[in-house]
Design a protein around this ligand. Structure first.
Ligand SMILES: [Zn+2]
Length: 128
């Protein structure tokens, strides 16, 4: 039988991947990373190819999605406090990357972190 993969998500930074990967593996779900070596050796190329792709077996898709949604729902600020949405007061946000233009592609670390509320979808830019 042919093995089929489901791409759960793609990440720009290996550190973000490791959090999700560790959680999924702790739940007994095999995780496959694509392009991670490229990312670590050359971040500019990783931007071009969309970063690290995290894949699971298709048969694990539902469980993996549930775990992923649970984990990513809690973006934390610098003080490890959940990001609270200023619009709906939900504390379920994920980190949101909004890079436009060549400058941020070359120097992504200059961009401030933003957060996207998973409840109402608003993009926030806290603590400017
Ligand atoms: Zn909200």
């Amino acid at each position: 039988m042919e093995e089929k993969f489901y791409q759960l998500a793609s990440f720009e930074y290996a550190a973000d991947v490791q959090i999700i990967k560790g959680k999924l593996e702790s739940e007994g779900i095999p995780v496959f990373l694509r392009d991670e070596n490229t990312l670590n050796s050359d971040p500019l190329i990783s931007n071009a190819i969309g970063g690290v792709k995290l894949q699971v077996y298709s048969k694990d898709k539902e469980r993996a999605l549930a775990i992923y949604n649970e984990v990513r729902a809690y973006a934390l600020d610098e003080k490890d406090q959940p990001i609270v949405c200023p619009n709906c007061k939900a504390s379920r946000s994920e980190v949101y990357y909004n890079r436009k233009g060549v400058f941020y592609k070359l120097f992504p670390f200059f961009e401030k972190r933003k957060y996207k509320c998973l409840n109402c979808g608003i993009i926030t830019n806290p603590r400017t």
